[in-house]
Design a protein. Structure first.
Length: 269
């Protein structure tokens, strides 16, 4: 790295050897033995680098075995993990501990940035040891690609299901505004009717709390049992977040109570 000062401004510029190191992970052949470094201050005399700081002996090509291995690892890292799996035939076994690489993060990044071929899943599993990982490209399960038939939603609730009838007037469990309450009940009617038609059982969630916001069980509003497994159904209403204009009451309270904070936004259905 060359560092210079011109017109009061410092400037740093990579040397040829520095650019070679960035590209190859090592200095050019003969760099350490022939390179001379300036002494401190403004002295122009030069001295060869001490022998104890010289690199390990290299092979005929001038590159140490350790450096060559490190270079191969770095080269593999630059290649997409998906490309490595494809090159390995669809399944790749790696050891992140030995290679000092977090393959869980690399797989997550590949999925997040759309590096997985269309119609495939990139999955990662633990191997036999703590650091071993098995990365696979595989077809998605059938349920992920199944074409779902639409469910008919009734236009009116003539004979509501007993669960829908219980929820219709319960503002604690069914937390939606009056404007969309009828539509919410019709959607629930369609889901419950279709689930029972397919042989599943549906019941109200059994959590003790009357507030869905306090429910940590994951049951949701309804519980549908399918092949012995329970699945929670949640129903929420979307709100638009708009700027809140302080009221006169809020302004007076803020003057009286230093801890009171006027809300900056509010939700509009």
């Amino acid at each position: 790295m060359k560092i210079s000062k011109q017109e009061g401004a410092w400037r740093a510029e990579a040397t040829d050897a520095g650019r070679h190191y960035i590209k190859h992970g090592d200095y050019p052949h003969g760099f350490w033995t022939s390179r001379k470094f300036p002494l401190s201050g403004s002295q122009e005399s030069r001295s060869e680098i001490p022998a104890q700081h010289a690199p390990k002996k290299t092979d005929g090509a001038g590159v140490s075995a350790t450096s060559e291995n490190a270079r191969r690892v770095e080269s593999a890292k630059r290649i997409s993990v998906t490309e490595n799996v494809i090159a390995a035939g669809g399944e790749l076994r790696v050891n992140g501990q030995e290679e000092k690489t977090n393959y869980d993060q690399r797989v997550a990044a590949a999925i997040r940035h759309g590096k997985v071929p269309e119609g495939k899943l990139l999955v990662i599993e633990r191997g036999r040891t703590w650091g071993e990982r098995i990365i696979r490209l595989q077809d998605p399960p059938e349920w992920m690609t199944a074409v779902l038939a639409p469910i008919s939603v009734p236009g009116h609730l003539c004979k509501p299901h007993k669960i829908v009838a219980a929820l219709k007037g319960d503002t604690d469990l069914l937390r939606v505004t009056t404007q969309v309450r009828s539509r919410a009940c019709r959607l629930l009617q369609a889901l419950i009717t279709e689930a029972e038609r397919r042989g599943h059982t549906v019941r109200l969630a059994s959590h003790a709390s009357r507030s869905p916001r306090c429910d940590s069980s994951g049951e949701g509003l309804l519980t549908v049992r399918i092949s012995g497994h329970d699945f929670g159904v949640h129903l929420t209403q979307q709100y638009h977040k708009v700027e809140h204009v302080p009221t006169a009451t809020e302004l007076r309270r803020a003057e009286r109570e230093s801890w009171y904070r006027i809300p900056t936004s509010q939700a509009i259905a």
